[in-house]
Design a protein around this ligand. Structure first.
Ligand SMILES: [Zn+2]
Length: 274
């Protein structure tokens, strides 16, 4: 059935109203991979919500008393973030880190998990440390989590969700409620504290691959053994059904993912020579 001019006019008005309501609309590229992405929110908004989540999370958590593992996580994090800072400064891209405050915590929790909030707060659970028994293996997970942060995957996921909601609202002609969906609601949906996944919902496969790629480059520029990335994911994918680490449930590992990392080894090595 042909839609009337009024229908399309209403649709365009709704679109304009929603876009104007969003704090920032920017097309930009992801550091290291150059992929184009659309971000609808400002770092300021997302980072301040991340700060709140981090405070709540740490208030409800107990830091690990395992000094050796705590030192390893902290040292790997510091080495990788300072190498990243130096690299971005040398290549004129230091604005990628604007507003990010890195921190590295190891908390008491038997789940084999690790995650990072969009503002750079990286949290490892004690339960993942037996799998990460060398600093190089810690660096694989650290680099991957840092990759999600510097690529602004959280913002991109929220932006995408906002657009999906918009399409639903327009299609249903029931706009009032949906357009009031604000940044806080989207943040909570994307980073639902206390969800079955721990603290972050799984990213899309595209984001997982990209975090793997950036993570590998970060390992390279910080001088870690990049061959350990495939070692880790192979080890994870070989875990038996009874003992599948939680990290694997949000980071599905498969042969394609491992092949993807193998293909990137040469490019990662070229960064070491810089
Ligand atoms: Zn991930």
């Amino acid at each position: 059935m042909k839609k009337s001019a009024g229908f399309w006019k209403r649709k365009i008005n709704v679109l304009a109203a929603v876009l104007l309501g969003l704090s920032v609309i920017s097309c930009s590229t992801v550091a290291f991979t150059g992929r184009n992405r659309l971000l609808l929110y400002s770092d300021t908004d997302i980072f301040s919500l991340s700060d709140q989540s981090y405070s709540q999370l740490m208030a409800a958590s107990v830091r690990s008393s395992d000094t050796k593992c705590t030192v390893t996580v902290t040292e790997v994090g510091r080495r990788m973030t300072s190498a990243l800072q130096a690299y971005l400064t040398a290549t004129g891209q230091s604005d990628v880190l604007n507003g990010i405050t890195w921190s590295f915590d190891l908390v008491k929790n038997s789940q084999a998990n690790a995650f990072c909030l969009p503002n750079g707060r990286v949290v490892f659970y004690e339960g993942i440390m037996p799998v990460l028994d060398t600093p190089d293996l810690v660096a694989v997970v650290m680099g991957h989590e840092m990759g999600h942060v510097i690529a602004r995957h959280g913002n991109e996921r929220m932006s995408r969700q906002a657009l999906v909601s918009l399409v639903g609202a327009v299609a249903g002609q029931a706009v009032g409620q949906k357009t009031s969906q604000n940044v806080q609601a989207l943040f909570e949906a994307a980073f639902s504290i206390g969800s079955e996944y721990g603290y972050l919902l799984p990213y899309s496969r595209k984001h997982e691959y990209e975090a793997d790629e950036i993570g590998l480059y970060l390992m390279a520029i910080a001088g870690y053994d990049i061959s350990q990335a495939t070692t880790l994911w192979t080890r994870m994918s070989q875990a038996t059904a009874q003992s599948v680490p939680e990290y694997l449930s949000t980071h599905p590992s498969d042969a394609n993912r491992i092949r993807h990392l193998e293909k990137l080894q040469d490019k990662a090595r070229s960064l070491i020579a810089r």
